[in-house]
Design a protein around this ligand. Structure first.
Ligand code: GMT
Length: 374
């Protein structure tokens, strides 16, 4: 198939999933055309089946806000027409689904029919999408898509709850490339961070409010009174300054390192004993899956689709959002040397269920069905 993929080309989970999906489809022999405003972060090599079309957003003194959606729709029209695409797959509803609708209408006028699949990733529904300033367009463009997928059962449920959706929504979860995300031998790294055999906790996120990074620090602060430990915080975002201040106030600065954005996060995960994901909202939790693939158990909240991935008492523990007391107790239980190997093995076994080799055929099948239906 010849497939156009539209996504945010940034570090965010939806962009990562879209890029990895395109790469995996290209490996299977499909021709993949990325249509994005910048080269996707993980698309930095040559493959005969991968193409990149940059959306050219012209600015003009009159525009306080450059019309990205129009530039994107125009680019989609040209790529579909000149590359002869079979299907457009847009990731993150806002504004990609409505731009795709516009492109589809323009192409229809020219006698070209292009089916559109929209993948809902989370905040496009749970946070931004249901805001009254976007809701009518999000509802309309989801209903106009020829196929709709959501990354968890919980996100599917949420979408039906908050929007008047007439379409079927197929659940296709996030996936992982186990060749890249696997435990690597990095003992020297562990020794440098934990010279006295301390336990190593890791959190990675975009440091937005929904990630509740303050809970990560509060759990660490409490846990460290019982078990010698270190905490690595990977990523960057609006909450970082506040979190650095919290560390200073709690006197934990010596044991916490802010690493900023890291490309090779799997190297850090390879030496971790526990991954923390106390999010307020999380449609799936790709960052937790990446940790599990590196044999790291998960201490998480029960937000959104996380419990569909992190099995309570097996791959880690699932606690109520904001309950840092229970989270600390559960973290200590996981870190106990009598329990840790069992949790680590279960985390890896669970991650294997989300191997790209298992999930990719679901997308291929869904594309075929959508094209046949259209
Ligand atoms: O986690 C983020 O804030 C980034 C966000 C995105 O849209 O890029 O991630 C969302 O999509 C990922 C891939 O499907 C999911 O694994 C994340 O759980 C989801 N984030 C939220 O729902 C908050």
């Amino acid at each position: 198939m010849k497939i156009g993929i539209v996504c945010y080309p940034t570090f965010g989970g939806s962009g990562v999933v879209a890029t990895e999906l395109g790469k995996a489809l290209a490996k299977e022999g499909h021709q993949i055309h990325f249509i994005t405003y910048r080269q996707p972060t993980r698309l930095d090599f040559f493959s005969e089946n991968l193409y990149y079309h940059e959306v050219d957003i012209k600015s003009y003194p009159l525009f306080e806000f450059a019309p990205y959606e129009l530039a994107l729709a125009s680019k989609m029209v040209n790529v579909v027409k000149y590359e002869g695409l079979d299907l457009l797959h847009v990731h993150y509803a806002i504004p990609h689904a409505s731009a795709a609708y516009m492109a589809k209408q323009i192409l229809k006028e020219q006698g070209i029919y292009i089916p559109v699949v929209t993948t809902l990733h989370g905040t496009d529904i749970t946070l931004v999408g249901k805001d009254p300033s976007y809701e009518p367009v999000v509802t309309f463009s989801i209903n106009q898509s020829d196929g709709v997928t959501a990354v968890s059962e919980d996100l599917r449920k949420d979408t039906f709850e908050h929007f008047d959706i007439k379409n079927h929504i197929e659940v296709i979860p996030n996936f992982i490339d186990l060749d890249r995300f696997k435990k690597q031998k990095k003992e020297h790294f562990k020794l440098a961070i934990c010279p006295h055999g301390e336990k190593l906790l890791v959190h990675t996120s975009n440091f937005r409010k929904v990630k509740r990074v303050e809970d990560v620090i509060q759990v660490f602060y409490r846990l460290r009174k019982t078990v010698p430990a270190k905490l690595l915080l990977v990523g960057d975002g609006p909450e970082r300054d506040k979190m650095e201040r919290l560390c200073r106030d709690l006197g934990t600065c010596d044991d916490i390192r802010f690493l900023g954005k890291l490309e090779a996060v799997e190297e850090v995960l390879s030496v971790a004993d526990l991954f923390l994901m106390p999010s307020e909202k999380e449609s799936f939790g790709l960052a937790a899956l990446e940790a599990m693939a590196c044999e790291v158990p998960i201490l998480s909240s029960n937000a959104g689709g996380i419990p569909e991935l992190n099995l309570d008492g097996i791959t880690g523990y699932v606690c109520n959002i904001g309950d840092v007391t229970t989270m600390t107790e559960k973290a200590l239980e996981i870190l106990d040397d009598d329990n840790l190997p069992r949790f680590k093995a279960a985390a890896l076994a669970r991650a294997k269920e989300f191997d790209v080799a298992n999930i990719l055929p679901k997308y291929e099948q869904y594309y075929r069905e959508t094209i046949a239906r259209a």
